[in-house]
Ligand binder design. Structure first.
Ligand code: MG
Length: 344
């Protein structure tokens, strides 16, 4: 007798930003007929946002749901995260944010004082970004139907020149805007009860002004951008390499990382290159402008520790090669998923 085919179900890894999520997304994608507007960027590109060409301008549109646990964490909270996440997805498409929406899903019994704290934090982050909150929706679920809360934010912005995550060319330099691993490791330390042993905080912040500086300094020499959120730097680099059909060589010694992040990674057995960042971007730049963009970023408080960490190459298309501190080489694999659930 043939065994009954096992019913396939969604697992936590399907939402974790890695290989399994990409497979699920590919499956979702097949269900929709019209997935872009005009010649714009749409669902199929699986970029940080979509682009609608409108009256000679590029309207950029993106959406993101936030479920982070705990909702207050070192360096931020779910409200700040919900604004920064959407603003940064617009920014790495080359857009400055105009307006956001906010969809709240709250559990019955949620303290109003906590909600107020979260909304005030959202407002501060919107002010930092220079964006308005112009529409929203609120739903309440019954006791036990939801742990914590869910915030969905969609955002629109305008881009003079759209930058995708697929535009790397061999020879381009890869620049990261600051230390890697802060958000994931700060959250993990907090969850493991290690917060008294570390002062590490999440990097959660809107970085649209920082990105605007890079765009002003780099112009058309900026070939690709992406924010290394779920799956961390490793997932981000792999996606950029795969979409552009180039290889990427990254020098471990050049990747900015706080000692605390490195130490916590070793202690907890988690690779800091695979955890989420919420205030960083990876930027691909034609080599002749790389130094100018680096200097422009370093002149902004959010970009003080920006660094060139590697380059794109015609060899090993779709692969990321990590040159280790002792000079060895290995593939930096695309993580199966972010090792930390409910990270953003
Ligand atoms: Mg993104």
């Amino acid at each position: 007798m043939r065994a009954k085919q096992e019913e396939r179900v969604v697992t936590l890894l399907h939402g974790a930003g890695g290989q399994l999520m990409q497979e699920l997304l590919a499956q979702i994608l097949k269900k929709f007929t019209k997935t872009s507007v005009g010649s714009g960027i749409g669902l199929k590109e699986l970029d940080d946002g979509a682009v609608i060409p409108l009256a000679g301008k590029n309207l950029v549109f993106t959406t993101d749901s936030h479920v982070v646990q705990p909702i207050f964490f070192p360096g931020g909270d779910i409200g700040r995260l919900a604004v920064a996440g959407t603003v940064n997805d617009l920014a790495v498409m080359g857009a400055q944010p105009l307006a956001l929406s906010c969809g709240l899903v709250l559990p019955e019994g949620f303290p109003i004082a906590e909600l107020e704290r979260i909304l005030e934090s959202m407002d501060r982050a919107l002010e930092e970004a220079g964006a308005a909150l112009i529409t929203g929706d609120t739903k309440v679920l019954g006791h036990g139907e939801l742990e914590g809360l869910i915030i969905n934010t969609a955002g629109i912005g305008l881009a003079e020149r759209v930058v995708t995550d697929a535009g790397l060319r061999p020879g381009d330099k890869l620049l990261v805007t600051g230390p890697i691993g802060d958000h994931g490791m700060a959250l993990l330390a907090h969850r493991e009860g290690l917060e008294f042993e570390t002062t590490l905080e999440s990097d959660v912040a809107p970085i649209n002004h920082l990105i605007a500086r890079a765009l002003a300094a780099g112009g058309a020499a900026i070939t690709a951008m992406k924010d290394p959120t779920r799956g961390g730097l490793a997932a981000c680099l792999n996606e950029m390499a795969r979409k552009a059909g180039v290889g990427i060589i990254v020098y471990e010694s050049a990747i900015p990382m706080r000692e605390e992040v490195r130490g916590l990674g070793e202690l907890l057995g988690i690779n800091p290159l695979e955890v989420a960042n919420e205030g960083k971007a990876l930027i691909g730049i034609a080599p002749e402008r790389a130094q100018a963009v680096l200097e422009a970023l370093r002149g902004h408080p959010q970009g003080r520790d920006a660094a060139i960490i590697g380059e794109a190459t015609a060899d090993y298309p779709g692969k990321v090669i990590l040159v280790t501190e002792v000079g060895g080489k290995r593939f930096l694999e695309n993580p199966i998923g972010d090792p930390v659930p409910r990270i953003c």
